[in-house]
Design a binder for this molecule. Structure first.
Ligand SMILES: Nc1ncnc2c1ncn2[C@@H]1O[C@H](COP(=O)(O)OP(=O)(O)O)[C@@H](O)[C@H]1O
Ligand SMILES: [Mg+2]
Length: 397
């Protein structure tokens, strides 16, 4: 459908040397509410275009004109503006310019004598294309800004997630360290006490041997626990290493690492872990990221056990191979997720633990890691006594 309104208030540069034709066309263009700047040759047209400061929306030009031809003018204008719509008015016999004008990206031709309806239609089509293009450019700009904003949001969430993970890690380190630190404290207290209280008779060889044995035993104990503390730190340091490279490994490895890191905490909370690991496939993965996901899932289950004071808390981790990948299912028996929350738990900042410092980032990041970074699938479903999170991973190249 032709929309005449599109021509209203546009500015056309019109080049035509024959004044009779010129007058008729100007009158017609004015009827369409078009502003017309009229010139008599290509030279004048070019210099007006150059000084118009992009105010001209369309060029309508004759071919044969003195000083500079229509084609000559268009060629110069195209050096400045690749997109402005150009319509040529031409007589039947002028065909030699056709190839040239195609190369100059001319929008359309109107035959002389000019049919007013044809001219109107041609103008509308040319301007429509220009408007559409401008709208597209504007939309693209907006989209770009939107994408940049989203990327910025994503970066902020990633930083927050890192902090949240660090907070959780520090909690786990504290758990792991509590017992060895207490044991070191006890051993050193014992040493000091025995030394100061003169428990050993240093006058006799027997007494000296007894003291030496006791000291050796306690120092061995301290050494053992210090080793234990060091191992814990190493485990956690590995976790925080940035993980840009893919490693070819079986899924059991990050699962076992996760259990090692969380072992003390799970024991303290009496969580029974059942493993049913049947996947043997080696696939390429960002191991630390997958470890991070498994930790998030186990942590969430454990949070729920504590919140609901579940007595026979149980987590089952099951793995098996698929034709083109593998699957990990993590079941817990801490109760189901409310139906209305099933869709939103993966959204950033959704948390039902706000008053207990829940961040709502864990599952969101897990989803990003599995689905964006690994092109896999992370999903959740309610089961009889609790929930099951499933991860499907494919080998990445
Ligand atoms: N195993 C689970 N059982 C029940 N609800 C869960 C489980 N895991 C996650 N959720 C729900 O999903 C929400 C979002 O989890 P997450 O993104 O890890 O954030 P956060 O743990 O900080 O709340 C939790 O607040 C909880 O309501
Ligand atoms: Mg969580």
């Amino acid at each position: 459908m032709i929309d005449r309104k599109i021509l209203k208030d546009i500015t056309v540069l019109y080049a035509e040397d024959e004044s009779i034709i010129q007058e008729g066309i100007i009158e017609t263009l004015n009827l369409f509410d078009i502003n017309v700047i009229c010139v008599k040759d290509g030279q004048e047209g070019l210099s007006i275009f150059k000084s118009s400061n992009k105010k001209i929306d369309l060029i309508l030009t004759d071919i044969k004109m003195p000083k500079l031809s229509g084609i000559g003018m268009i060629a110069e204008i195209r050096k400045i503006d690749k997109d402005i719509p150009i319509i040529i008015t031409t007589a039947h016999q002028e065909t030699s310019f056709l190839m040239e004008s195609i190369e100059l990206n001319v929008s359309a031709y109107v035959l002389k004598p000019i049919d007013i309806y044809k001219l109107e239609e041609t103008l509308i089509k040319a301007i429509e294309a220009k408007v559409l293009k401008e709208e597209l450019i504007e939309k693209n700009e907006k989209l770009k800004i939107e994408i940049e904003r989203n990327e910025e949001k994503q970066r902020i969430i990633e930083v927050q997630s890192r902090f949240a993970a660090m907070g959780e890690m520090i909690g786990m380190i504290a758990h792991q360290w509590r017992q060895p630190l207490a044991s070191i404290g006890t051993a050193s207290f014992n040493l000091k006490y025995k030394l100061l209280s003169g428990k050993f008779d240093l006058e006799t060889k027997e007494g000296r041997d007894e003291q030496s044995d006791f000291f050796t035993k306690k120092l061995d104990e301290i050494e053992f626990y210090v080793q234990n503390l060091t191992t814990t730190i190493d485990d956690f340091r590995n976790f925080f290493k940035t993980d840009k490279i893919l490693t070819n490994t079986i899924i059991e490895k990050p699962i076992k690492n996760c259990l090692k890191i969380m072992q003390k905490e799970l024991e303290t909370n009496n969580v029974d872990i059942q493993l049913n690991l049947n996947s043997n496939k080696q696939i390429n993965m960002h191991e630390n990221e997958i470890l991070h996901v498994i930790i998030n899932l186990l942590k969430n289950a454990q949070d729920k056990f504590l919140e609901k004071e579940i007595v026979n808390a149980r987590i089952e981790i099951e793995t098996f191979d698929l034709e083109d990948g593998l699957q990990i299912n993590i079941y817990d028996n801490g109760g189901v997720i409310q139906a209305e929350n099933l869709d939103v738990i993966f959204e950033p900042y959704f948390s039902t633990k706000k008053e207990k410092n829940g961040t709502g980032i864990g599952l969101y990041m897990s989803k990003i890691i599995v689905e964006k970074n690994h092109k896999g699938k992370l999903s959740v479903s309610n089961i009889k006594e609790g929930v099951c999170f499933s991860i499907v991973l494919y080998s990445m190249i």
